[in-house]
Ligand binder design. Structure first.
Ligand SMILES: Nc1ncnc2c1ncn2[C@@H]1O[C@H](COP(=O)(O)OP(=O)(O)OP(=O)(O)O)[C@@H](O)[C@H]1O
Ligand SMILES: [Mg+2]
Length: 488
């Protein structure tokens, strides 16, 4: 398979879709879990440290540390905390001066940090925290709040308490341990994921095979029919979709069978029809040869019969050839704009001598002028065949009437006769090749059973329809309906 074709492979697409969905969800879970662990760890640590700092802030007030940062107890406490959390604690007073730094490097300096200033301003609710993922630490501010008692100016003399922010604790704690845990987690997750992804790929491959199995089976079944091992309808439980294909294919098969059967029947009929005149000729010739001293008149008689049989053979072959020609596509129509009335007159004129022989009246009724895009030769043949039948299968002294009419889309040719009619059970067959209602009678009249088959082909080539209705003993009417304009 070429590379560009490969992309159109349903199997590859199924494989890719399943694999992609599997791998993507795997990765999504991976990142979601790691992220939520990190957030949780950071927030736990933050609130833990914040609590500690709040306690220290209280101690700072109690020991009045901001005025005198020499308290051993508090200093030890600060160092211990800084050690414990692997971080740094800075004590800042309300004048933004650094009173103590557990790193011991910036004591006495003034700090100008947005967080610190905001914390001082916000008082009790000034605690903030910020996680710096890149550098791996959390920075927190904790207000150092003292509670003052004020005398209210009113007469009740009640005391009021007020909270005053005396300073800020700026703490940064390392998040290295979170990182380490994350790395360990990530590594073990990766191992599981690789196994999972391998599993997903195998699963996707299996899915792509399994989902397409009905199609593979279907192809194999069709190929068996194609190769000619079987011509049985294929069966296959499968998807609704494949069942539809199976159904369509079986119908196609059925049609092919019908075609094949009718072709065989046709060949058999042709052979039989062609053989009959030859057999007659042979019989006639043999009987002449076996007799001795045959009078000249008998010779003449027999030769006339032989000539008639040869004519019959010739007619059959001519009809067959026009049928075969007709079976080719409608592109071979020679379409011109034809005056259908005039065309009909010509046909009837040609047939009048035969009609007169049987004392049959031939009439034409033209309800309106019809100009139509048709193949004149083929349409004349249609008319000839129908009128000829009307004359042939008629009683002496009967009539054949042709009526021409049209609406805005179609024109109709109606050929009715007062003839012998067609029995109901034969109506469905008269358009078949070589079909004749009464074989012996027709033979005597001289039909081959091809006339109506040719007629129907010509009508269908014009995208028209042909219908027949008949009452045995009373007469028959053929109705041909043809579009006025020929759509290619
Ligand atoms: N107008 C009709 N009245 C009665 N029977 C008819 C009529 N037209 C056709 N048939 C019957 O239909 C059969 C088929 O007609 P079709 O024209 O195909 O063959 P045909 O007339 O026997 O031979 P061909 O037309 O080839 O010389 C005829 O043999 C005849 O039995
Ligand atoms: Mg005929």
């Amino acid at each position: 398979m070429r590379l560009s074709r490969l992309f159109y492979s349903l199997r590859l697409r199924i494989f890719l879709i399943v694999a992609l969905i599997g791998v993507m969800s795997c990765l999504a879970v991976h990142f979601a879990i790691l992220e939520s662990y990190e957030n949780r760890a950071v927030s736990v640590r933050t609130s833990e440290v914040q609590t500690q700092m709040m306690i220290i802030a209280n101690h700072l007030i109690n020991y009045n540390y901001l005025m005198d940062p020499s308290s051993e107890v508090v200093n030890a406490e600060l160092d211990m905390l800084a050690n414990l959390y692997d971080g740094r604690v800075i004590v800042i007073d309300s004048g933004l001066r650094i009173r103590r730094d557990t790193y011991g490097i910036s004591q006495g300096r003034t700090i100008i940090s947005e967080e610190v200033v905001r914390c001082l301003k916000n008082g009790v609710s000034g605690a903030t925290s910020k996680y710096d993922r890149q550098n791996g630490y959390i920075e927190m501010t904790t207000p150092i709040v003292a509670t003052q008692q004020l005398m209210t100016g009113d007469i009740t003399g009640r005391k009021q308490t007020q909270e005053v922010t005396r300073g800020v604790l700026l703490t940064s704690v390392s998040t290295d341990y979170i990182r380490t845990t994350l790395n360990v987690l990530s590594r073990s997750a990766l191992t599981i994921e690789i196994i999972l992804i391998l599993f997903i790929l195998v699963f996707a491959y299996w899915m792509s095979l399994a989902l397409l199995r009905p199609f593979t089976q279907l192809t194999r079944a069709i190929e068996e029919v194609k190769a000619g091992f079987t011509s049985e309808p294929i069966v296959g439980p499968g998807y609704v979709e494949t069942e539809r294909i199976v159904h369509a294919f079986n119908q196609l098969l059925q049609r092919m069978k019908v075609l094949d059967d009718s072709r065989q029947e046709f060949v058999a009929n042709v052979s039989h029809e062609l053989k009959t005149p030859i057999t007659s000729v042979k019989v006639l010739a043999d009987s002449l040869l076996t007799q001795e001293e045959v009078p000249a008149e008998v010779y003449r008689d027999f030769m006339e019969d032989i000539a008639a049989e040869v004519d019959r053979e010739d007619k059959i072959i001519t009809d067959l050839l026009s049928l075969v020609r007709m079976d080719k596509r409608a592109t071979e129509l020679n379409i011109t704009t034809v005056d259908v009335g005039a065309m009909t007159e010509i046909v009837l004129k040609r047939l009048r001598p035969i009609a007169r022989k049987h004392d049959i009246s031939l009439t034409l009724e033209t309800r309106r002028t019809i100009m139509a895009d048709i193949d004149e030769v083929k349409m004349s043949m249609v008319l000839t065949n129908l009128v000829e039948n009307g004359i042939k299968y008629n009683h002496d002294g009967g009539f054949v009437q042709v009526v021409l009419d049209a609406d805005h889309q179609y024109f109709t040719i109606e050929v009715s006769d007062s003839g012998i009619g067609i029995p109901e059970e034969s109506l469905g067959h008269i358009f078949e090749r070589f079909y004749r209602v009464d074989k012996s009678h027709s033979r005597e009249i001289g039909g081959t059973g091809l006339g109506l088959a040719i007629t129907r082909s010509a009508v269908l080539m014009h995208r028209g329809t042909i219908d027949v209705s008949s009452v045995p003993g009373e007469g028959t009417t053929f109705t041909v309906r043809i579009p006025l304009t020929h759509a290619v």
